[in-house]
Design a protein around this ligand. Sequence first.
Ligand code: FO1
Length: 309
Amino acid sequence: MITALAGGVGAARFLEGLVRLVDEEDITVIVNTGDDIELYGLHISPDLDIITYTLAGIIDKEKGWGVRGDTFHCLEMLGRYGYEVWFNLGDRDLATHIHRTCLLRRGLKLSEATSEICRALGLRVRILPMTDDRFETRIITREGKIHFQEYLVKRGARDEVLGVDFVGAGEAEPAPGVIDSILSAEGVIICPSNPIVSIGTILSVEGVREALRRTEAVKVAITPIVRGAPIKGPADRLMRGVGLEVSAYSVASLYKDFLDVFILDNVDSEEKTRIENLKIRVRLTNTIMKSIEEKIQLARVVLEEIRKA
Ligand code: FO1
């Protein structure tokens, strides 16, 4: 059994490779829900949807989110009614949010609604939200605390980040299966996702960090930072905002209390010794995933490291 901790686009790319090498039924993915937002009365879970759509083969590959070939008629009409339409929700994508919201209103937990969506889309991978409870990532800016999607999408990640606040972190309990899947795994993979607002959120859910320290699984993290910059997204601004150096070393140090292996990009080989000094084994390889072959190759390297131990 392999368990992966995941954010959105970077994680989804990696998982596309992993499912070519490991039976889908042997994979559990624990997904960040700190980016979730309610718009037009609908519960939107961007990272859950990015992972689900990618593995179901319906993702818009160019954007990395949303459904391929989607149209935006509903949003256009909402704009005419005077609603704010800065979050680009396509018509097919909206069907997912309507379905999820109906299931939640019927009393299902987010984890149950997610499993229902996965089943309908033909997925055999187990996808779990990190928590069924309310959890919201807010970015502290000069304008005040704003929702992560407002910072990223509405305001184009232009605000200076003064800090990050996880609303609900103290109370949020892990969704059913989260802790067990970490404790019973052969390997736990920390996907190449933002270490603050994607993996950091999952690690802040009660019991998760502790389970990672206790489990006998081999824990492998893939760097989301190459040549001192994120592959995608605002990880550099967020890391700086919480006082961290923007480097692969810095990411490894955030996981040093539980991590066994760090996958570092070939181009950052000069950081190897520094990371090894944290008592983490380092494996150098190409971590840039453009083609499916590169995704499979990276997954192969990670599995080799898990099976080596
Ligand atoms: N990201 C954007 O940059 N602009 C958007 O308009 C946008 C819409 C959107 C709709 C549905 C969805 O599931 C994701 C969407 N994303 C959009 C991506 C998303 O906000 C972020 O990439 C993740 O939250 C970070 O992992």
